[in-house]
Ligand binder design. Structure first.
Ligand code: AMP
Length: 214
């Protein structure tokens, strides 16, 4: 059983690395942000509750976040383990998490703020399948169209300068201290997130002692 948390500033590639780890090692990938975006897109009650905050780049309340995490992790048959991204984001969430689960490793993706801005403002996601694109590094073959499902590519509502400033402020004031807490208790692997995704993945596998073979 492998249980990992991926931390890192916005645009550092948490989702990408989490998906790669989940695919390669048969882990359940849990992204609280993806879960909330799904609810917003599908007009659920939770979607109505969180929409304004998610779009503005503000953190959703801890009670709701914890119940979503609880449902996802307790309700799922994760035989081989899980990889969590975008959670925990503050001290209370970290306490809640560590009370219920032991963790094998925390991956921290490090990225300078100017690169964060460049990446986040050029990010596009497929409105149908959720695949990530980037207008510099990973352009779609046909403009504004997903290579895989032909869905329309859109910018996330919170990928704009104003919301990003809010998200970064929260990251440095609330989430960074969680990392310091983990550093005292758990194994933290710091990785340079400016490198190409395959190189980062190889570093992560080596650091966690996982076999990086197909
Ligand atoms: P992300 O995709 O991780 O950037 O998350 C997108 C948005 O979902 C965040 O800006 C918050 O509004 C909400 N969100 C995701 N994870 C959390 C969390 N752990 N705590 C509070 N809000 C969250």
């Amino acid at each position: 059983m492998r249980k990992y948390v991926i931390m890192g500033v916005q645009g550092s590639g948490k989702g990408t690395q989490a998906k790669m780890l989940a695919d390669r090692f048969d882990l359940v990938h849990m992204s609280v942000g993806d879960i909330f975006r799904w609810h917003v897109q599908n007009h659920t009650k939770i979607g109505a509750q969180v929409r304004r905050r998610v779009d503005a780049g503000e953190l959703v309340g801890d009670d709701l976040v914890e119940s979503v995490v609880q449902d996802r992790l307790r309700g799922h048959d994760w035989n081989y383990g899980f990889v969590v991204d975008g959670f925990p984001r503050n001290a209370r969430q970290a306490e809640f998490f560590l009370e219920g689960f032991d963790i094998d490793g925390v991956i921290n993706l490090e990225l300078a703020t100017e690169e964060v801005e460049r990446r986040v403002l050029s990010r596009r996601i497929c409105s149908q399948c959720g695949l990530d694109y980037n207008l510099f590094a990973h352009r779609p073959e046909v403009e504004d169209t997903c290579d895989v499902c032909q869905g329309a590519l859109v910018a996330r509502a919170d990928d704009n300068t104003e919301a990003l400033a809010r998200r970064l402020a929260d990251y440095y004031s609330k989430t960074q201290p969680v990392l310091e807490l983990f550093e005292r208790k758990e194994f933290v692997l710091n990785v340079d997130a400016a490198k190409p995704r395959e190189e980062i993945f190889a570093t992560v596998c080596a650091g966690l002692g996982l076999p990086n073979t197909q």
